[in-house]
Design a protein around this ligand. Structure first.
Ligand SMILES: NC(=O)c1ccc[n+]([C@@H]2O[C@H](COP(=O)([O-])OP(=O)(O)OC[C@H]3O[C@@H](n4cnc5c(N)ncnc54)[C@H](OP(=O)(O)O)[C@@H]3O)[C@@H](O)[C@H]2O)c1
Length: 419
């Protein structure tokens, strides 16, 4: 893979990110006609405000054109992450203004390029990170965030790859320095990141993986995880029964009381990494009670204790690294190593299910209901499966008023295509 242009520095990247949000996210959707010229339209998923599923709809929006340094991608598939659920609820730090088009990753074909986009050509098959706005038929994003994909990689796989495998890789190999013979504890082991962690651990000899997951997933993922525990039980005594000295690496995406438990399970020189706060999601909308409970339960760590116990405590956020801290270079290096592992057939994204844009509510409900094993994908070219009951997800004009129905979880009558 040819390297793309050198990454911009941190300050430049933050300004660029803000412009992207301004242009694609915070503004009211544009009308098809501007200045007497008819602009092409595209379908997008629109989040009209923070809250429940009723805040999501498919809408028409003017198609973006690439600016200098940007690549225009005809999107084939987008990744749906747990973070998108948290964004929908407004359960994140400094949420951008709504209406916005959600989504942080996609795959597709380069359709056009702005000035100074050396290294890319029209027709290239790519995957990309986007600072919001990925859930659309067309995306424009700076080339720093675009990667040509291997010939054998499908668009569905590419959309399932970027966020999960890059986050898993950087945590395991760059933050925690995973090596032969180590042990790793990972929560949500059947999910997108969890399965990427399990696969990457299997590329290093003699690594023991302890995982927690809902019991119905255990049969499907038992070969990828050495010791699996029901997520409803206290995993600490179970891990200690098998490994009394504890584990080398704890990957915690749950937060709350798991921070203290994770730190307690570390062997000397072990690394605990916090990379999510799934515990803050309870109902369909943001719960201040869950937020406060999670915050209250987090172990307030004294560095002197870490020093005395020889423990490492870390945090990891891929999107902040990319979009706020100018970390494109280490991310590109991780992507190249991951593509090499993919080409050697050592890793392969596990896809749970494919959904049309119009089915985004059902897809989100599935991840909320803990139903996914692997990654959920929005397949842009997939026609929606006909509904059996009331369809409230039809295409609508962007930004139109709608009634509030908090707690209104849509019907789940569609049968998704499960891979
Ligand atoms: N920091 C980063 O750079 C980064 C990057 C990607 C993802 N993440 C984080 O990693 C975690 C996993 O993300 P993902 O996109 O791969 O999602 P995922 O694991 O596929 O998410 C769904 C699974 O999470 C588990 N879960 C835990 N708490 C839950 C809750 N309160 N409600 C519903 N499900 C819950 C469920 O599995 P079980 O029932 O089997 O436990 C569920 O099936 C999230 O916390 C996400 O924010 C962080």
């Amino acid at each position: 893979m040819k390297p793309a242009d050198a990454p911009k520095d941190g300050a430049g990247m933050a300004a660029e990110t803000e412009r992207m949000i301004e242009r694609d996210g915070a503004k009211e959707p544009e009308s098809a006609a501007s200045g007497g010229e008819t602009r092409k339209e595209m379908r997008v998923v629109l989040l009209t405000g923070f809250g429940g599923l009723n805040k999501l709809r498919v809408a028409k929006k003017a198609m973006p054109e690439p600016q200098e340094g940007e690549v225009k991608i005809r999107v084939k598939a987008c990744g749906l992450n747990f973070l998108d659920l948290m964004v929908r609820q407004g359960n994140i730090d400094n949420p951008p203004k709504t209406p916005l088009v959600p989504g942080f990753e996609c795959s597709g074909i380069v359709e056009a390029m702005g000035e100074n986009t050396q290294g890319f050509e029209i027709g290239d098959r790519v995957m990309a990170f986007v600072n919001y706005s990925a859930w659309a038929e067309v995306v424009c994003t700076p080339l720093d965030f675009v990667y040509k994909i291997p010939d054998d990689m499908t668009f569905i796989e590419a959309a399932a790859f970027s966020m999960n495998f890059v986050a898993a890789y950087m945590m395991l190999f760059e933050v925690a320095a995973l090596r032969e013979g180590m042990s790793v504890l990972v929560h949500s082991a059947g999910g997108g990141v969890g399965q990427a962690v399990a696969q990457l651990c299997s590329t290093v000899s003699n690594v023991t993986v302890f995982g927690t997951a809902s019991p119905f997933k255990h049969e499907a993922i038992k070969d990828s995880v050495t010791h699996l525990f029901d997520r409803n039980i206290d995993y600490v005594p179970e891990v200690k029964k098998i490994s009394p000295e504890g584990v080398d690496i704890v990957l915690d995406c749950l937060c709350g009381e798991n921070t203290g438990k994770g730190l307690g399970l570390l062997k000397p020189l072990g690394t605990y990494i916090l990379y999510g706060s799934s515990n803050m999601v309870t109902g369909e909308t943001k719960s201040f009670f869950s937020f406060a409970k999670s915050w209250w339960q987090v172990e307030k760590v004294n560095p002197i204790k870490l020093y005395e116990e020889n423990k490492v405590m870390a945090g990891f956020s891929l999107l902040n690294l990319l979009f706020k801290q100018g970390g494109c270079k280490p991310v590109r290096s991780a992507v190249e190593k991951l593509f090499s592992l993919y080409n050697q057939k050592k890793i392969k994204p596990l896809v749970d299910s494919l959904w049309a844009l119009e089915e985004v509510k059902e897809a989100m409900q599935r991840i909320h209901d803990r139903g996914n094993i692997g990654k959920l994908i929005l397949d842009v070219e997939k026609p929606p499966t006909p509904l059996m009951a009331n369809d409230s997800t039809e295409t609508s004009e962007a930004g139109e008023d709608e009634e509030e129905h908090e707690g209104d979880s849509d019907n789940k009558e569609r049968m998704p295509f499960i891979q």
